[in-house]
Design a protein around this ligand. Structure first.
Ligand code: SF4
Length: 170
């Protein structure tokens, strides 16, 4: 279950502040603002796991809608203009886990910020981008010398790997 922390944290580290333009260039789907009724949201008790990709994670909620199961990821703070790429990939990972676990493909997932909800379509392109990213991350994990990808001390301050990281800026 070590992958839970690793996969989701590495998403955040690598993609924390990508712009909307970069997201579109990467072929990720656009977002749309939606209204959601949180009364239908069910808490997820145990992490979902998909062995072939060694992927595990726990969406904050699952919502049943028209026979589909929609994962919801809750983020603290006010919504950015568009969801961060890291959040989109995290949600895509949950969509994949829901599909593999319940044998039904979510058409989209929801990112819930304090003041706004975004629906992100779980397209085949997003799924492929996610699988490629996971492969890249696995490859990087095998490398001994991985350089820091940013110059932001504030990110290091919030990072769970700070004490073990020899490139920390904080
Ligand atoms: S502490 Fe290390 S792993 Fe964490 S954000 Fe900083 S450089 Fe990256």
């Amino acid at each position: 279950m070590l992958y839970l922390a690793l996969v989701l944290l590495i998403f955040a580290l690598f993609f924390f502040h990508r712009s909307s333009t970069q997201r579109k260039q990467a072929g990720l789907p656009g977002e749309r603002i939606i209204y959601t009724d949180t009364r239908g949201w069910g808490k997820v008790e145990k992490p979902l796991f998909y062995p072939p990709l060694e992927l595990t994670g726990k969406p904050d909620y699952l919502v049943q809608q028209n026979g589909k199961i929609i994962p919801v990821e809750v983020k603290s703070g006010r919504a950015p203009d568009a969801p961060y790429v890291s959040h989109i990939y995290q949600l895509a990972a949950y969509c994949l886990l829901v599909e593999k676990t319940y044998n039904t493909r979510p058409p989209y997932g929801i990112i819930h910020y304090e003041n706004r909800d975004f629906a992100i379509d779980y397209t085949r392109e997003l799924e492929s981008a996610l699988i490629e990213l996971l492969a890249d991350m696995r490859e990087d994990n095998l490398k001994r010398d991985i350089r820091r990808s940013h110059e932001q001390a504030s990110r290091c301050k919030r990072c769970g790997f700070r004490n073990a990281c020899d490139q920390s800026l904080a």
